[in-house]
Design a protein around this ligand. Structure first.
Ligand code: FNR
Length: 210
């Protein structure tokens, strides 16, 4: 079966990252016709425009993997009310040289987990701003602002609480539908509940944004 190839960009390099765990859990919840592949960003040099003509091997790999993908999944923490520098570095690398933006046109979803009550909402908003400039069509709704704490994942890495798991599953289902709308062969028929979806901005964990 040919699969929708989704590259996952985790905005944390931390060994025990909540966001890495969330990305891994999401990958196990996807449909059989989607394959999730983590983009490596920890070996990218700091972006320097002087290197545009002679990019590092890690930069060429990054851009090649993005270009081969059908969809982008960003799973990021919030650092000081914005996105982590490592994520911005990766975004900048794959956007250059000018006119050779690898992100352009790839449908994306944005989700994130934080120990804070706002669940990465400001980081996600900053990321959306960058993605808009990079010509990345990003799913608007539903949003998912996840507050994590010890026990949020079970020992197998699955989302422990059934309500939170259902919330993320619903978000993922909508994200997969979003990616498929951009697949060769054209968009899927618009579902009759799209109006209801536009009002369904929610958070999982301890907070709900209403
Ligand atoms: C944080 N953290 C944080 N949390 C938040 O909700 N809003 C914020 O602005 C920040 N700012 C921030 C800055 C820096 C430099 C660090 C290291 C941390 C806390 C953050 O949510 C927490 O460390 C998460 O565990 C980070 O995600 P990972 O690495 O577990 O995926």
């Amino acid at each position: 079966m040919s699969k929708h190839q989704i590259v996952v960009v985790v905005g944390s390099l931390r060994r025990d990252s909540w966001n890495k765990k969330l990305a891994n859990a999401i990958a196990t919840m996807g449909p059989a016709d989607c394959a999730f592949h983590h983009l490596r960003i920890d070996d990218l040099p700091l972006y320097n425009q002087d290197d545009d003509e002679k990019p590092a091997e890690s930069v060429k790999r990054l851009k090649g993997e993005i270009q081969a993908a059908h969809g982008l999944l960003f799973v990021t923490p919030e650092y000081n009310r914005s996105i982590p520098g490592v994520l911005k570095n990766a975004l900048d690398h794959a956007s250059r040289p000018y006119g050779q933006n690898a992100w352009a046109g790839k449908p994306a979803g944005v989700i994130g987990a934080s120990i804070g009550a706002q669940g990465t909402s400001m980081a996600q908003q900053h990321l959306r701003n960058v993605l808009a400039y990079l010509d990345v069509p990003t799913m608007g709704q539903p949003e998912a602002f996840i507050q994590v704490k010890e026990g949020w994942f079970d020992k197998d890495g699955k989302i422990a609480d059934s309500g939170s798991r259902a919330f993320v599953q619903k978000w993922l289902d909508q994200y997969v539908a979003w990616v498929k709308r951009f697949a060769p062969g054209g968009p899927l028929p618009v579902s009759s509940d799209s109006g209801a979806r536009a009002k369904s901005s929610e958070s999982a964990g301890a907070t709900r944004s209403k």
